[in-house]
Design a protein around this ligand. Structure first.
Ligand code: FAD
Ligand code: NAP
Length: 533
């Protein structure tokens, strides 16, 4: 990747070189624009560059969790497993950069500290952590929804004598837990993927659980050649069909209420989904995320499965959530619940015995000291707003984004925020983002932004800004949709509830098809809700 350019003026600066930043650069270059990506890490791939913990892999099938903008790419790339590993996804990101000759315009090891809109020039001034200042007409925040690790505010965390690893900042050389006693804090997706593999190595493994999660078996396997061939033969139709589905993925959405079928039919549907595995479980019926009684049927089913998988009934009870299924992001696992049957694996229920502190030797709950050699923080991310809030973003008249978003993020379509002209967000709050298959959602946003910039160039327009009224209407709509679901009913990161002091607001938008329609309509009506000058 290139070092600093001598020309500090750009058409566009893209922040972040994950899947979003990579594709944004490709699109901007296609238009012949002078663009540059600034990436804090020393490699591309974003999520798949940082999250190298044991067992890290996607939980949307690889054939869908991949770019579709280039048919050659999707035809030629061979995924090896149903759910690709982190290493394979990282190879893929690097392959795309190489294949489309993007490396020279990606600057690694550099963090964007600030970006200020210059009212006089109607452009952005971007401050990097190497003391360089760049200027650009447009800034695109491709900073990721899950890219800022959440390090919990636990007393004494710095006093621990052994190594501490956050799953979202895992050492590149890997970690060998052989013969070690290991403590893991957290039981979200990252923990659920890594715990079975850490258990294979560790002498003892102690898991500190604040809230249990629902997890569906992955049934991961090498990809079936016949299946790959059938998808590749009709890849465009396959992708188009997925766009019609609520989560933008092939979840085989069942358009029936869980309450409109007999007990036997419902059980058969759940058993089938459990046997096939994965997130498609949540699409078993059309009202699981809307109706608490419907959701209760799914909850009861999974609770029965946990009871069947965990030998000790008391332990099974501790591992069983009492929240609606899907309210916290559903997890997908390989042998997660079974791992707790091993004698060297222990679960500490922090609801019964709260964590008091970390100290030099390990962790102390109210009732007991647990000595460990190493500590794994599987404690998640400051999701959706964390990375943008870390940048000093100032819009028109010097207004800071932090001020504007004090009561929670406010965007128009998750693509732009009023008062910050010529600044775009990829999968920002207020878009389906984390409630969808994120790679297609990223592609959709990047293409929308690229077309908007092209439109502006063609029509010699220099400035685009979201209108406050359109934004308010959209934010109200996002909240209205969320309030008709089960999502506000637990403390999830969707609501920012995992980060101390964060405003509790439901951030993503539920519903890929209506969202796509709205975005199309906005463009068809001359960028309705935006002011273009
Ligand atoms: P990221 O990949 O997060 O990239 C953002 C980049 O921006 C990072 O590299 C970061 O270093 C950089 N950056 C941020 N701030 C700055 C700054 N100030 N200056 C410079 N650089 C900066 N989604 C799915 O749909 N399916 C899955 O199976 C799935 N699995 C996941 C597994 C894990 C472990 C995690 C954490 C997330 C997963 N996701 C999944 C969500 C995933 O984040 C997205 O699918 C996607 O990879 C996001 O790409 P992105 O480019 O938008 O952001
Ligand atoms: P997460 O879902 O937010 O889980 C964090 C865990 O840490 C939770 O169990 C949380 O408990 C716990 N925790 C946080 N602070 C704590 C504290 N102070 N004391 C005790 N426990 C604490 O984070 P994640 O597992 O990294 O996953 C984040 C998201 O990334 C996922 O939801 C998913 O979207 C994506 N992801 C996907 C995959 C995949 O399978 N492809 C894998 C990993 C991540 P509480 O619940 O009580 O807050």
């Amino acid at each position: 990747m290139s070092s600093i350019s001598t020309n500090s003026s750009y058409d566009a600066i893209v922040v972040g070189a994950g899947f979003a930043g990579i594709y944004m650069l490709y699109q901007l270059k296609q238009q012949g624009l002078h663009a540059r990506v600034i990436e804090a890490g020393d490699g591309v791939g974003g999520t798949w560059f940082w999250n190298r913990y044991p067992g890290a892999r996607c939980d949307i099938p690889s054939m869908e969790y991949s770019y579709q903008f280039s048919d050659e790419l999707q035809q030629q790339w061979q995924w090896s497993e149903k759910y690709a590993t982190q290493a394979e996804l990282l190879r893929y990101a690097n392959h795309v950069v190489e294949r489309f000759d993007l490396a020279d315009d990606i600057q690694l090891n550099t963090r964007v500290l600030a970006t200020h809109f210059q009212d006089r020039t109607q452009s952005w001034q971007i401050q990097l952590d190497d003391d360089t200042t760049l200027h650009a007409r447009f800034v695109v925040m491709a900073t990721g929804c899950l890219s800022v690790p959440n390090v919990p505010n636990i007393k004494g965390l710095d006093d621990f004598c052994g190594p501490t690893y956050h799953t979202g900042q895992w050492p590149h050389e890997g970690v060998d837990f052989t013969g070690k006693s290991v403590g893991v804090i957290g039981t979200g997706s990252s923990a659920i993927q890594s715990i079975p593999l850490i258990a294979e190595q560790a002498r003892s493994l102690t898991i500190f659980q604040r809230t249990p999660n629902y997890s569906i078996p992955a049934h991961n396997a090498p990809l079936d050649e016949e299946y790959v061939r059938s998808v590749k033969e009709n890849y465009a139709e396959f992708r188009a069909d997925n766009w019609q589905r609520g989560f933008g993925a092939n979840f085989r959405d069942n358009d029936t209420s869980a309450l409109a079928v007999t007990d036997e039919q419902r059980l058969a549907e759940y058993e089938d989904r459990w046997a096939r595995g994965g997130l498609a479980f949540l699409a078993a019926f059309n009202d699981l995320v809307f109706d608490d009684d419907a959701n209760e049927t799914a909850r009861t089913f999974i609770q029965g499965k946990i009871a069947g998988l965990v030998n000790d009934p008391e332990l099974a009870q501790k591992l069983t959530p009492n929240t609606p299924v899907g309210c916290k992001r559903l997890c997908v696992d390989t042998d997660y619940y079974e791992t707790f049957n091993q004698s060297h694996v222990e679960l500490i229920d922090l609801q019964q015995d709260p964590l008091q502190e970390v100290n030099a030797q390990g962790l102390a709950t109210r009732n007991k000291q647990y000595n460990v050699d190493c500590l794994v923080l599987a404690t998640g991310f400051d999701a959706m707003t964390g990375a943008i809030s870390n940048i000093d973003v100032r819009g028109e008249n010097g207004t800071t984004l932090t001020e504007k978003w004090a009561e929670g993020p406010k965007t128009y379509l998750g693509l732009a925020t009023a008062g910050f002209p010529n600044l775009f967000l990829v999968t920002g709050p207020g878009s389906p983002s984390v409630l969808s298959n994120m790679l297609p959602s990223i592609e959709h946003h990047v293409e929308w932004i690229a077309q908007c910039i092209e439109h502006m160039t063609t029509h010699q327009l220099t400035r685009i800004d979201a209108q406050t009224t359109a934004q308010e209407t959209w934010v109200d709509h996002v909240n209205e949709v969320a309030s008709a679901t089960i999502y506000p009913n637990c403390n999830s990161w969707y609501l920012g509830a995992n980060v101390e002091g964060k405003k509790r607001v439901f951030m993503p938008y539920l519903g890929v098809p209506p969202y796509l329609e709205k975005c199309r309509e906005v463009v068809a009506n001359g960028y309705q809700g935006f002011s273009l000058t």
